[in-house]
Design a protein around this ligand. Sequence first.
Ligand code: FPP
Length: 251
Amino acid sequence: MSAEPARSATAESAPGAGGANVPRHVAIIMDGNGRWAEKRGLPRVAGHRKGVETAKDVVRAAGEHGIEVLTLYAFSSENWRRPASEIADLMNLLRRFIRTELGELADAGIRIKVIGDYQAFERDVVELIDGAIGRTKANAKGTLVVALNYGAQAEILAAAQQLAQESRDGAIDPASIEFTHIEERLGTHGLPPLDLLIRTSGEMRLSNFLLWQAAYAELYFTDTLWPDFDADALAVALADYAGRDRRYGGL
Ligand code: FPP
């Protein structure tokens, strides 16, 4: 097995379409919707509703910065632990988001991609998601990846199970398995390496998000609650990223 990570430092440090030091791929853990609502004496759904507005603004701003891929953690595989009413609210917001925003995203040349097991959602939501993916699959101006019923450990486990099966079938020699074989079996296959991972609301953990992909990503944490995050806050995060010295284990 190769001792080298699958991605070379050269590929990882390639500038984004927006120029030098613009990350090609940014991922966001959009945290703090509930606290934003509670602080205002509002139901949690009001925070999620405002959170969707923030997501729309940030998608737009990301495109303006020349970010090629924006990955948003919209529903984790652990979010099923929430009350049924909140899950229903999130699903309704997702339905509404696709119905009202898809046209604009499609016209703007954005490709929509989903990571995670969204097939577990209700039939009509799955159909809406499949429709959004199908309608935008040839778009090339940028990619919006939405993580839905996503968990990184399950994603890596599925890749390992596939490789075990392929080894058993004789399709692959176990001794020749490399980092790239895992990467090719992750939901993010084909996307540029993750450069910057942002988490809002002051929590400092990855919460089972993009664990493999974050190996050499820069991490950025802000106390700002997601509904209060905006294009200016994104610009601050990008300026911070631009000042980072990415060494990938070298000097
Ligand atoms: C975290 O806040 C947020 C979520 C679990 C859901 C994120 C979803 C959205 C922003 C809306 C859906 C997005 C799209 C693109 C349709 P929290 O509820 O954990 O907040 P808390 O930690 O303050 O309770």
